[in-house]
Design a protein around this ligand. Structure first.
Ligand SMILES: Cc1cc2nc3c(=O)[nH]c(=O)nc-3n(C[C@H](O)[C@H](O)[C@H](O)COP(=O)(O)O)c2cc1C
Ligand SMILES: [Mn+2]
Length: 441
């Protein structure tokens, strides 16, 4: 049996990382806040009953580093190295005859987006959105597939917005098809294998198939099935598939939407998706991802961390870990320093490898890069700011930047002077982490 979201949920459960909610959850008023609670607790969630829609919902399934490690089948510390090595490879998907994604077929008036448990996440969002949809399209010039996450604002039973601006590749492909005066066929898969999601959030060269990267991340080919009413293939084990098209020469107001940096992207003209058919599994599991959540940061961060790691290793540094968080604009790089000045070389390589990077901190290997408090402690106690901190100016950064906030960057070397370990050794409490409060109640 192929791995999919369901088998991953079982593995989350076995690892003690899942909270299952059996009582009905109100999609509009309760689901977003419960997702936030899961994030705060570092747990994934399975909501068994979303109102009376007949759908369950998966939430925060990649919300922690441990969950990402579980998805890749590696130790937590190996996440970056494993993803970097697998991102160099491709494993072509495999076309199969049939799959559970088409166990139930809804067409005509039954194909109705308003019957799905779409969440309105933020107080000022324009309305309910699909946020966990993998959008499959084919480039009309090359026949090659593209897969990406694109938010979709509910606009009616068979209509939604779809955010897809060039240079994002869905936008590029849609523009090619529009130039021919034609609609672009689209299939949106919701409820996917976690590796397929990581692949879809990765920016590859146009024409490089995200499903072949998903295969490399999974370690086996992704089984795909043919859609019923569009000429596309989707993962055979997806929970829900929406088949339809992006209308040519049609734009409508979309947004505002609270996006990945926590700001609202203002209302603007965006593309329009027209639904033809819905297929889904029996007892379907919907999925929603909260923009700017730790899950969103993980999804966007994994490939970018790998990109930084690749560049920094290339320079000969002994890198232990790279972490982008609490947003993907900031990096912590853990190294075993070999010579003074090396942290600055490491950071220049990182800024060069990943354009959106705004600040970078290099720390020694006794610091936990995933713990913001530990990183701030390190800056406070170890950084010699006069020569260890530099502001780099006039570089390109995150592009939506009317106030010039992202075109200057900060590099902080927070490593200790070479060879001074004894002087900087961190104290450890006696038997720290060995005892359990419950045993002493
Ligand atoms: C949960 C989630 C939602 C996303 N929503 C959008 C979106 O609405 N519009 C967009 O341009 N990119 C969005 N992205 C980012 C793209 O999926 C990502 O940049 C992807 O690599 C683009 O694919 P492409 O390289 O084939 O263009 C989202 C990412 C995640 C993880
Ligand atoms: Mn692409």
């Amino acid at each position: 049996m192929a791995e999919d979201l369901r088998t991953f949920i079982s593995r989350l459960q076995a690892a003690g990382l899942l909270i299952t909610l059996s009582r009905p959850v109100d999609t509009a008023s309760q689901a977003p806040a419960l997702m936030r609670e899961l994030e705060r607790r570092g747990k994934a969630g399975l909501f068994r009953q979303m109102d009376n829609t007949g759908f369950a919902m998966a939430a925060n399934v990649l919300g922690t580093r441990e969950m990402v490690a579980l998805a890749l089948g590696v130790d937590t510390l190996k996440v970056n190295f494993a993803s970097m090595e697998r991102m160099r490879q491709r494993v072509a998907p495999e076309l199969v005859e049939s799959g559970p994604a088409q166990e139930v077929v809804l067409s005509g008036a039954e194909a109705d987006l308003t019957r799905l448990p779409l969440l309105t996440h933020a107080t000022k969002d324009a309305g309910p959105y699909i946020t966990a949809g993998l959008v499959f399209v084919r480039d009309p010039d090359t026949g090659k597939r593209n897969v990406s996450f694109n938010r979709m604002q509910l606009k009616g039973p068979r209509k939604s917005g779809i955010r897809s601006m060039p240079p994002q590749q869905l936008g590029v492909i849609q523009a090619k098809q529009e130039a021919r005066g034609r609609n672009l066929e689209v299939a949106v898969a919701i409820g996917n294998h976690p590796c397929d999601m990581i692949a879809a959030a990765t920016t590859l060269p146009l024409g490089d198939d995200e499903m072949a990267l998903a295969g490399a991340l999974r370690g086996e080919p992704v089984p795909l099935i043919r859609c019923l009413t569009v000429d596309l293939e989707v993962p055979a084990n997806a929970e829900v598939v929406l088949e339809g098209e992006i209308l040519a020469n049609t734009r409508e107001q979309e947004g505002p939407f609270g996006d990945f940096l926590q700001f609202y992207v203002p209302q603007m003209e965006n593309h329009v998706f027209q639904l033809k058919t819905i297929t889904h599994r029996q007892n379907p599991i919907w999925q929603s991802i909260q923009a700017s959540s730790s899950e969103d940061v993980n999804l966007l961060g994994i490939s970018r961390e790998a990109q930084i790691l690749e560049a920094v290793l290339h320079n000969g540094a002994k890198v232990v870990d790279v972490r982008l968080h609490p947003t993907i604009l900031g990096a912590v790089i853990v190294i075993e320093k070999q010579f003074e000045g090396e942290p600055m070389n490491v950071m220049m390589a990182a800024f060069g490898a990943y354009r959106w990077l705004k600040y970078c901190v290099v720390v020694d290997h006794d610091v936990d890069p995933g713990d913001e408090k530990d990183v701030l402690w390190t800056i406070a106690t170890r950084a010699r700011l006069a020569d260890g901190a530099k502001v780099l100016d006039n570089a390109a950064g995150f592009s939506r930047d009317p106030h010039g906030i992202h075109c200057s960057k900060l590099a902080i070397d927070a490593t200790i002077p070479l060879g001074q370990w004894e002087e900087f050794e961190r104290k450890r409490v006696v038997n720290d982490g060995q005892l359990n409060l419950e045993d002493y109640r």
